[in-house]
Design a protein around this ligand. Sequence first.
Ligand code: AMP
Ligand code: GLY
Length: 415
Amino acid sequence: MKILIIGRGGREHAIAWKLAQSSVHPQLFVAPGSDGMLSLPDTVRVPIEETDTAALLQFAKEKGVDLTVVGPEAALMAGIANAFQEAGLAIFAPTREAAAIEGSKQFAKELMEKYGIPTAKFRTFGDYASAKGYLDEVGAPIVVKYDGLAAGKGVVVAMTNEEADAALRDMLLDNHFGEGRVVMEEFLQGPEFSLFAMVNGEQVVPIGVAQDHKRAHDGDQGPNTGGMGAYTPVPIIPQEQVDWAVEHIMKPTAAALAKEGRPFCGILYGGLMLTQQGPKVIEFNARFGDPETEVVLVRLKSDLLQMILDILDHKPVTVQYNDQACLGVVMAADGYPGSYPKGLPIGGLDALPNIVFHMGTKCEDGRWLSNGGRVLCVVGQGDTLVEAQHNAYDGVAKISAEGLFLRKDIGWQAV
Ligand code: AMP
Ligand code: GLY
């Protein structure tokens, strides 16, 4: 079986790592992939960009690819699933229309409102004067979100009216991210968690819960990032609450998308908050999360390839976990999520006992160099989260990498 994996980060490394373990022993193509993935069996890199849909489609046809799995959101927005489906090729990814659940905050919020899916109350504004009027009416704390892609910087949790006003000015007067609209949301409180479900139309199969650490520095300080570490399972979120979220959030959302003529196929990622009133949606993503995937897939015992094939066929999907807790620590280049240098030498990787997923590296003349903001995700496993955390940081300590930083408190809410 030939499988094409689209993407190049730690998430895609984890997906490839897990698919490579399938009892089917697939041939893997990764586009564009990374040098870190080349240590996997039967894996080759294909020099095509994630968003070059036409070239990816042509490659898949020429090679007789049996299944395509997509990592990054940009590929979804470029319409990769639309193109592959039209060509009759199997792909585990949502169409552009279904992926709007992630790509447009306004669409996502209106869908949740229409179908009664629990989320923060909200209003949408396209001009500064009316947004400011609403702010004067309700006041801080309030959350201001730019509606569109803003590289993770489009959310301001404003604790004062001044902060909220500054965000509105930035987004609506100075057009900092381009012309656009903002969603203003009720401020919610509680622990956050990421719930992943495999979805095909109305079929929804939860495959794992993880907790991400979005802020750059210890104690949840500093700017928002793509995520500095994650762990699974998440004991502070009781299983009944997860089950409730599957029944009252994930399943109704899949059903709503189908009803709206945008049936979803792929990974639906609920970014949820456990509030006093129960779980509520902070945001949806239309893909695996990064770095959550790096821990969820390590803990997954079942054959991911079989699971994907089963859900594509609308068959029941078996999900089993191994009994180990799993915790991943991200090593990032100094300066991230702002500007950062590339090409920093990384030593000690080859002798490491840990599973390491490459988020942004390259190999030159047998030497590993950093090649991105987030560089490595070092995974620890253990009978308990405490042990998993210990093993992850033990691994990190064996890596020599001047110019990389990491959070020392991944898992703090649980251990
Ligand atoms: P988002 O990009 O929508 O996931 O938001 C980024 C982060 O902002 C989330 O992980 C939350 O920590 C925070 N956030 C977003 N929306 C809210 C909200 N309505 N109330 C409180 N915090 C929020
Ligand atoms: N870790 C957050 C995300 O993948 O969006």
